[in-house]
Design a protein around this ligand. Structure first.
Ligand SMILES: COc1cc(/C=C/C(=O)SCCNC(=O)CCNC(=O)[C@H](O)C(C)(C)COP(=O)(O)OP(=O)(O)OC[C@H]2O[C@@H](n3cnc4c(N)ncnc43)[C@H](O)[C@@H]2OP(=O)(O)O)ccc1O
Length: 269
C-alpha cells in the first residue's frame, strides 16, 4: 500500500494476509492471488485472529483481495478431506470468523473487484459496506459443485438482496455484474476501474472519525432493532439514543457545531 504514513502492522505469520495500517484504518489484503484468493483454513483462521486482536485505536477496517480478484471462494482442494462431522465443524469455524467481522466494534468495508464467488461473497456479506469496481462479478456456483453455502451466506445474503435473487443465483448459477450487485443493494458504491480500494479507504477514514458510540450503535443495535418487533425496536432505539447522547463525546461534538466550529451538512457540489 502506498499510503503516506502506512506501516505494516502484521504481515500475517504465513503471508496469507497482507495487513497494513494507516492512521486509524487497518487494511487486510487476502494474499493468495495465484489461487485467486481461494479461502483455505489458514486464511480463514488468520482473518479470525486479525479481528479478534484489532488494536484498540483502530477506527475502521478495509478488506480486499490482492491481485485482480476479491476471492474465488472456498478452497475446493480442502473440502474433499471432510466427512459430515468435519464439514459441520468447518462451516461453524467460518461462522465464528465471519461473525467477528459482522459484530466487530468498528465498521468493516469490503473493496471488491473481479471474482466475488461463493465463500468470497459470504465474506463480503459480513462487511458493513461494500465498494465494487466495474470488473466485479458475484456468483454462487455451489449447485455446480454439489455443495451448499457454509459461511453464513444463507443468513446474510437474503437480508441484502432477497431470498428470490439468492435462490436464482444458487439454482441457475446466475452471475451478477457490478451494476446489478449495486442496484440489488449488495454493493453500496460503484467506482471507476482501479479506484475501489482508494474509495474504500476514503470511506474508512470518514467512518473512523464518527463518535465510537454511534458506530457501536449502528453496528450492534441497528441490525437487531431492524429485526425486532416494532415495540421492542422502539424501546431499544430510545435506550441506545439515551446512552449515546449522554456520552461526553456527543456533548463535545454538538457544542462544536453550535459554536460554528464544525462542518455543515451540505449536498455534494
Ligand atoms: C460446503 O461447506 C462450505 C462451503 C463454503 C463455500 C463454498 C464455495 O465457496 S463454492 C465456490 C467455490 N469456487 C468456485 O467454484 C470458483 C472456482 N474458480 C474459478 O471459477 C476460476 O478460478 C476463477 C475464480 C473464475 C478465476 O479464473 P482464472 O483467472 O482463469 O484462474 P484459474 O486458472 O481458474 O485459477 C488459478 C488457480 O487458482 C485455482 N483456484 C481458483 N479458484 C479456486 C478455488 N475456489 N479453490 C481452489 N483452487 C482454486 C485454480 O485451480 C488454478 O490453480 P492451478 O494450480 O491450476 O494454477 C464455505 C464453508 C463451508 O463449510
Amino acid at each position: 500500500m502506498t499510503q503516506g504514513n502506512a506501516e505494516t502492522a502484521n504481515a500475517g505469520a504465513s503471508g496469507l494476509l497482507r495487513i497494513e495500517r494507516a492512521d486509524r484504518v487497518l487494511t487486510v489484503g487476502l494474499n493468495r492471488p495465484a489461487k485467486r484468493n481461494a479461502l483455505n483454513d489458514g486464511i480463514i483462521l488468520e482473518i479470525g485472529e486479525c479481528f479478534a486482536n484489532l488494536p484498540e485505536d483502530i477506527g475502521a477496517v478495509v478488506i480486499h483481495g490482492i491481485g485482480d480478484h476479491f476471492s474465488s471462494g472456498l478452497d475446493l482442494s480442502e473440502l474433499t478431506e471432510h466427512d459430515a462431522t468435519g464439514g459441520l465443524l468447518h462451516s461453524q469455524m467460518w461462522h465464528r470468523v465471519f461473525d467477528r467481522i459482522q459484530y466487530s466494534r468498528v465498521p468493516v468495508i469490503a473493496a471488491l473487484r473481479g471474482a466475488v464467488i461463493g465463500g468470497g461473497l459470504e465474506l463480503a456479506c459480513a462487511a458493513h459496506i461494500r465498494v465494487a469496481e466495474p470488473s466485479t462479478y458475484f456468483a454462487l456456483p455451489e449447485g455446480q459443485r454439489g455443495i451448499f453455502v457454509g459461511g453464513g451466506g444463507s443468513v446474510r445474503l437474503p437480508r441484502l438482496i432477497g431470498v428470490a435473487r439468492m435462490m436464482d443465483m444458487m439454482l441457475t448459477g446466475r452471475v451478477y455484474s457490478a451494476t446489478e450487485g449495486a442496484s440489488y443493494g449488495f454493493a453500496q458504491y460503484l467506482t471507476e476501474a482501479g479506484h475501489g480500494l482508494g474509495k474504500a479507504l476514503e470511506l474508512a477514514t470518514k467512518v473512523a472519525s464518527n463518535a465510537p458510540l454511534t458506530n457501536f450503535a449502528v453496528l450492534q443495535a441497528l441490525p437487531m432493532i431492524a429485526e425486532a418487533n416494532p415495540q421492542t425496536g422502539l424501546l431499544m432505539e430510545s435506550l441506545m439514543a439515551t446512552v449515546a447522547q449522554s456520552d461526553k463525546e456527543a456533548k463535545r461534538r454538538i457544542r462544536e457545531f453550535l459554536e460554528h466550529k464544525t462542518a455543515k451538512v451540505k449536498p455534494k457540489s
